[in-house]
Design a protein around this ligand. Structure first.
Ligand code: ZN
Length: 278
């Protein structure tokens, strides 16, 4: 009895490495794994599901997928593909850390607490934004190389964070700020479907547009002075969606562009690359 049990147990435990070695049973990954980065991959043939550290990853019918690494991604993440008959392919991805800009502010964090009315308003706004981000469309913008939605000096870096006296950190900056002039056109960085557009105007984001690019990737554009798209509309890469402004909480006209994949916050500069002169 005992040898048989031991044999069964070892068979179970050894099934992972054995399967990972079958021809075609490996991941193909493209891109440098670093915090805030977006990788592209192809799942092993026959995969029916894919998870990253236990969270479901959207996969295209041909096996391609995106893999976003959050600003605070741990040093290693685990990608697991499963076939219909339960076989698994496992890959551990080492994630390079980024030196996010930390700014020491020599003052106590301003603590003008929100009024109860504002708290209720903000909860509603965040619920709307969360629902829009959760919408899945069949947009194919994820297959494209993202382009900059506006051009100008980078006036705010993704991931930067203020640390107040006493070591109290504020929320980190969730997007890249581009100091394009007031009224400059904002274009879609890739094909997509508009999942959020004004009205209403949001208290912090102002006029906010969110585009779903498919496969878990979405873009948000904040502080727009005007918007010329509506919810549910399909947009093509390069198509104007609105104009740069300073609506919501903004000290001056600029575009705040944020990128989210499956809940992970990505660095738009790392994804779109250098702005270049074209
Ligand atoms: Zn910003």
């Amino acid at each position: 009895m005992i040898p048989r049990l031991a044999a069964a147990a070892s068979l179970f435990c050894l099934s992972l490495p054995t399967v990972a070695q079958v021809p075609g049973g490996a991941f193909r990954l493209q891109g440098r794994p670093a915090q805030g980065a977006l990788l592209r991959g192809t799942a092993p043939a026959g995969s029916v599901s894919l998870t990253l550290d236990g969270t479901e990853v959207p996969v295209a019918p041909d096996g391609r997928f995106l893999l976003g690494l959050d600003r605070d991604a741990p040093p290693a993440v685990r990608l697991v593909a499963r076939t219909g008959d339960g076989r698994e392919t496992v890959e551990t991805i080492r994630v390079a850390p980024r030196a996010w800009r930390l700014q020491q502010i020599n003052m106590v964090r301003p603590s003008t607490g929100p009024t109860p009315e504002y708290r209720v308003l903000r909860e509603g706004e965040l619920a709307r934004i969360g629902a829009a981000r959760a919408r899945r469309t069949d947009a194919i913008g994820w297959t494209q190389r993202l382009i900059w939605p506006a051009r100008g000096r980078i006036s705010g870096q993704f991931g930067s964070q203020r640390i107040y006296r006493g070591g109290v950190p504020a929320a980190y900056h969730s997007g890249t700020d581009v100091a394009a002039g007031a009224g400059a056109a904002v274009i879609a960085p890739a094909d997509g479907v508009i999942v959020l557009a004004p009205p209403p105007m949001f208290s912090l984001e102002g006029n906010l547009v969110i585009i779903d690019h498919g496969l878990g990737l979405s873009s948000a554009f904040l502080h727009l002075s005007s918007v010329n798209v509506r919810r549910g509309q399909a947009v093509r890469q390069g198509e104007p969606i609105g104009r740069v402004g300073a609506t919501g909480r903004a000290t001056g006209p600029h575009l705040h562009w944020s990128l989210v994949w499956n809940g992970a916050r990505l660095d738009p500069q790392a994804v779109a690359g250098a702005m270049g002169g074209d």
